[in-house]
Structure formats: C-alpha cells, structure tokens
Write a protein that binds this ligand. Structure first.
Ligand SMILES: CC(C)(COP(=O)(O)OP(=O)(O)OC[C@H]1O[C@@H](n2cnc3c(N)ncnc32)[C@H](O)[C@@H]1OP(=O)(O)O)[C@@H](O)C(=O)NCCC(=O)NCCS
Length: 164
C-alpha cells in the first residue's frame, strides 16, 4: 500500500538512503556520511515529504523558502518571494514509472497551499523525466538560462506553478 506523509525525525536516515539511490546526496552533500547528511537536513529550515510502500520509504520531496535560492534567476526575472522553492524530488529506481512522483507532488502541493502562493522548480535541461513530470503537473516554463550549478552545456529550466 502506497502512502504519502510529512517526514518525521525517525524517517530521515531511511529517506537519505533513497536520496543516495537517486543521486541527490552525491549532488548536494558530496562525501558526507548518512549521519552527517541527516544532521544537515535536520538543521535546515526545509520541509520534507515522503512516499512509502507499507513502511518502506521509497520517495521524497523537499520544499524550501525561496529566499536563499535561485539567485541567478532573480537577476533575469522577477520572482515572487511568497512562492516556495521545490528543492528536489526523487523516487527510488525500483519504483519508477508508477505515477508516484506525480502523486507525491500533488500531495505536497495540497499541503503547502496555506503557507505559499505557488512554487518554483528548476530542472536540468537534460533531465528529460523531470521536465516531462513538471509539464504533466501543469508547471509553466518561465525561462531557460546558464547556471553555475549545472555542467557545461546543460541549462537550468525554471518552472512555476501558482496555487490560485
Ligand atoms: C524524475 C522522477 C522523480 C520521476 O519519478 P516517477 O515516479 O518515475 O515519475 P512518474 O511515474 O510519476 O511519472 C510522471 C510523468 O513524468 C514523465 N516521466 C517520468 N519518468 C520518465 C522517463 N524516464 N522518461 C520520460 N518521461 C518520464 C512522464 O510524463 C510520466 O507520465 P507517464 O508515465 O504517464 O508517461 C524519477 O525519475 C527520479 O527520481 N529521478 C532521479 C532524481 C531526479 O532527477 N529528480 C528530479 C530533479 S529534482
């Protein structure tokens, strides 16, 4: 049985295992142990949501405030600070193509409408699965730009979804 929920402290180490599977840990916390990553995540102001199969965590979604993110985009386009920043989503490789990312995102958006007016997501231009996912979820593509956080030849594609 698949379920969706907010992550609690007890969930973090298992969630980090999924983050390792998707490449999120290597990308955001290179060379850190699971325990070190847990400490970093717990002290962040981000909100974490998870997708579970019975009691096994198989997916995550990270929501942040926009304040500390998308600085390069902010130089190119006006962004609304009342929107959230979609810091990342991942589904374990054994569970992909079952609409779980779609359903997890819908669950998260329903849970953050009280606190934010919308959400921005930035996706690497070569991440075909994530580009398709955001289009399917009704995110609007705002701009495509070069970013220091992407490898040469890969652009950052900025999406947005308003909750109105
Ligand atoms: C991107 C990711 C979260 C998608 O998870 P998922 O549960 O397999 O996605 P879903 O089954 O909900 O797919 C929803 C839609 O997204 C698109 N999509 C998802 N995976 C795709 C793929 N490999 N190729 C093409 N389209 C894809 C499709 O339009 C799909 O709808 P469809 O199955 O009806 O065609 C998953 O591939 C992943 O964890 N990747 C590694 C981490 C990552 O890149 N995260 C995004 C950047 S933050």
């Amino acid at each position: 049985m698949i379920s969706f929920s907010k992550a609690e402290k007890k969930d973090f180490l298992d969630m980090i295992k999924v983050m390792r599977n998707t490449g999120y840990v290597d990308y955001s916390f290179p060379e850190k142990s699971d325990k070190e990553v847990e400490t970093e995540l717990l002290k962040s102001n981000n909100k974490f949501f998870i997708c579970s199969d019975k009691n096994k965590i198989i997916g995550y979604f990270v929501v942040s405030k926009l304040k500390h993110y998308l600085d390069e985009a902010k130089e190119l386009i006006n962004l609304n600070e009342e929107f959230a920043y979609h810091f990342g989503i991942g589904i374990h490789s054994d569970y992909r193509r079952q609409s779980l990312a779609l359903k997890l995102t819908e669950f998260v958006l329903e849970n953050i409408t009280q606190n934010f007016k919308g959400i921005y997501a930035d996706v690497a231009s070569n991440n075909f699965a994530s580009l398709k996912l955001h289009e399917k979820l009704g995110f609007e593509k705002l701009i495509e730009y070069n970013s220091k956080k992407r490898a040469k030849g890969t652009k950052n594609v900025l999406f947005c979804k308003s909750f109105k």
